[in-house]
Design a protein around this ligand. Sequence first.
Ligand SMILES: *[C@@H]1O[C@H](CO)[C@@H](O)[C@H](O)[C@H]1NC(C)=O
Ligand SMILES: *[C@@H]1O[C@H](CO)[C@@H](O)[C@H](O)[C@H]1NC(C)=O
Ligand SMILES: *[C@@H]1O[C@H](CO)[C@@H](O)[C@H](O)[C@H]1NC(C)=O
Ligand SMILES: *[C@@H]1O[C@H](CO)[C@@H](O)[C@H](O)[C@H]1NC(C)=O
Length: 488
Amino acid sequence: MASALGGSTPVPVCVAALLIALGVRAATVGGAALKPEGAVENGWAVINHSMALVQRMEALLAQGNGSDVILRVQTVSSDEVKVVQAHSLVLSLQSEVFDDLLQNRDGSTLVLREPPECAAVFDKFIRYLYCGEIAVSLDQATPLHKLASRYRVWALQQGLSLYMRQHLASDSPGGHVVGWYHYAMQTGDAALRDSCLQYLSWNLSAVLQSAEWGSISDDLLLSLLQRSDLVLHSELELFEALEAWIGQNQPGGLTAESALRAVRYGMIPPQQLFRLQKQSPLLLKYYESVRDLLFLAFQFHAASPQQLAKYFDVNCSLFTPRNYLSPAWGSPWVINNPTRDDRSTSFQTQLGPSGHDSPKRVTWNALFSPRWLPVGMRQPYGGEHNGAVQPARADPGAGHPRIIVTPATSSADFAGVSFQKTVIVTARQQGKLVVRHVYNFHQSTEEMGDFLAEADLQRRGSEYLIDGSLHLHVVVKPLYHSLIVARK
Ligand SMILES: *[C@@H]1O[C@H](CO)[C@@H](O)[C@H](O)[C@H]1NC(C)=O
Ligand SMILES: *[C@@H]1O[C@H](CO)[C@@H](O)[C@H](O)[C@H]1NC(C)=O
Ligand SMILES: *[C@@H]1O[C@H](CO)[C@@H](O)[C@H](O)[C@H]1NC(C)=O
Ligand SMILES: *[C@@H]1O[C@H](CO)[C@@H](O)[C@H](O)[C@H]1NC(C)=O
């Protein structure tokens, strides 16, 4: 920091001026009370006036005493100018960009040109430089982030990035996540970009119905359509939302084509596909671009997937399900008071999405154990002669949640199909219910090791408990290996 203080401004004078401006004199410190809890051994104590210092800094900025630089903030679009009486020491201390500007200025005025949305929050930004704290609302996050980046105030920039990642679910009239995603793309903030993408993917049904959907860029649309972890009612819902998006945005033919080719037509039942093929104006318009995919989808529905694979080399995402919430694919599972006992449930799904398999049902048994212990961690129970092992119930912290999902009967029909299970976990965030986790496994969540690891279900206030209940949705996704896995 020493270098930030150097340059044309003589440091000692500047510091002295600042201290005088702050009113820091021996006399003012005298009346302070020592905090008893701050006391430590041997008469040491902490005299802490950091709150008072912050207040003085705030007053210094507000009253401009001892100011040695005037900031004039201008915007291109308006004649309005914001004037701030500032102190070069504080600005240089917090921002190397200000340090450079101040060293190279002539005169006592620094003219700054900012976009209107940044000029609007400039006072807040400067106040942060003086006081080290800031109150942020959803619509101020990106303009402040821009300022923090431009003036290289890294701590503020990181704080805002974290704020955004933690407030994706907050209520805002027009939605803000799409805007933040686009902003993250522009600035190369990969963590924010990925958080936004994940939030949109996992709450897609809600997004599709919101005004925000229409504001999604071509790139974001195509990124979303590639993903297999989208949580939504059905593939048809996605197709209809795509129709609406294309109707509203009128993209170029290439974008419309790429988007339509990313729809997984095999996951739409044939009756609905007939209707789309004949009645969707969009599909009629782009029929030639997707004709091969529709043909493949109808072939997929016409026979068993094994037969199809015998004759055709197909390898595409057309046959990979996403996380569909409609009843053919799985079931919601609300577990009341999930902390104590094992719970079980059963539900039915279609054998598979192909027209050949969808009328056949498979019954599944699911078992939830709140404190399951892997075999190696169980303690022998009773004497040496008693070989039985039991979960160590005495230790309330032991074990962790587990779900296993198994078919009630095995069947020859299962040949060539493996069933990927997905558990979608909903939790409360900023008062709203949002999908917080999507766990994939084959039979047991033990396969992953981190199932509900952070949920802390024992804690009453756990955000994973909604009125004392755990809200899950189990999806069963048949994967036809012959159609997805590489063939010679
Ligand atoms: C700023 O100056 C005014 C008078 O010019 C004075 O009343 C006020 O106490 C000063 N503020 C600080 C923080 O020293
Ligand atoms: C001084 O007080 C502030 C606010 O009261 C507190 O945040 C800070 O941790 C304290 N510092 C020390 C060293 O106790
Ligand atoms: C997120 O998605 C889940 C599951 O579809 C839904 O229950 C929830 O209301 C959604 N939340 C928001 C904020 O969109
Ligand atoms: C099948 O598709 C996957 C994903 O696109 C790819 O990784 C794999 O190499 C493909 N296999 C063949 C045989 O084309």
